[in-house]
Design a protein around this ligand. Sequence first.
Ligand SMILES: C[S@@+](CC[C@H](N)C(=O)[O-])C[C@H]1O[C@@H](n2cnc3c(N)ncnc32)[C@H](O)[C@@H]1O
Length: 337
Amino acid sequence: MRRHRELSSSKLDLVENFVKNFKKQGGKYEKHPVADSRIRDQLSGSEVPMMKREKAFSANGFYMFVLESNIMLHRHAAARGHKLLSDWCRRNWRNAPIKILDLACGGTPYSIVRMMGACNQYKFSYTGIDINPDQIEAAKASWFPDNVVETRLIEGNAWDLSMLPADEKFDIIFTGMNTHHGTPEEIYCLLLQVKERLAPGGIYINHDLFRPAGTPHLPRPDVNPDDPGESFAMVAHETLAKYHASELASPIKAEPNPRDWRERFLTKYKLALQERGAHEEGIREVVEHVSRRDYPISTKDLEAIAEQAGFVLSVLDMEASGEPLEAYFSLVCAQPS
Ligand SMILES: C[S@@+](CC[C@H](N)C(=O)[O-])C[C@H]1O[C@@H](n2cnc3c(N)ncnc32)[C@H](O)[C@@H]1O
């Protein structure tokens, strides 16, 4: 376990300065020398392809601009999540730090950190997992509020929790902006692992991109259509088999509206970034990422998957944001049934 309490105020200044300068430059960032999304890793004895060094999510990557500009409603998710977390803490506080697991935490764990910080009468022990070593290094130097009394950052695949000590459990498991890369079977497999890892009374919270209700699901290809050497899988076949993921009854229903929603989404996304003064190269990068890697399910689909995995899912009302992409982002909470 690493302690970062002593770093908090100076690191906060560093982060704020970084964001200020970053905005001044219109979202300009340094190029990362290694931007090869085909890098593969050995995990749990299986080869799983990774978004390990995607430029936008690497050191000084453009994602910081996306995050701070609230285009994906991080601030609103943090505010609604705070309400949920404080209710949970009030009912479950036992005078011991509340254990939080943050899957695909990124270099600046944002919403969950703000949720914990706002619950300042309670103490937290935080574990973050990310596949990108840059992001883990950045997260180690990132700001954590004083009531986060322990932080632990692990480089690894957040869709395979077998890297954690076998009997380790968490009170709250959180994913921000990552499950939209998974197929329904992979999400089912993840939820089954989450269920195993939740302490009694624990809950799973997810802030993510969801396809709008009534529009057709775009199934994720197994490999990158532009490069068959790159697999899109998030979970190794062995792990899917271990959790019998193929037994999931497909949650995907035929939808009345045949129009691909993604084109509209991307048009709005680009426009919103341009209006906020983002750098063209950064815009190109995230638009390419969404076009190539994002295959979100709807909140209805997630509800059906969660039910089969033994959860009850609630979609939480967030305050109206006025953000142009508001309809695409939700905060959901799953409780073991
Ligand atoms: C869009 S960022 C999300 C960061 C943060 N959680 C948030 O809510 O803004 C996605 C992060 O997921 C990480 N990532 C992608 N695939 C992953 C995987 N299989 N396991 C762990 N992290 C992964 C990337 O490195 C990146 O830092």
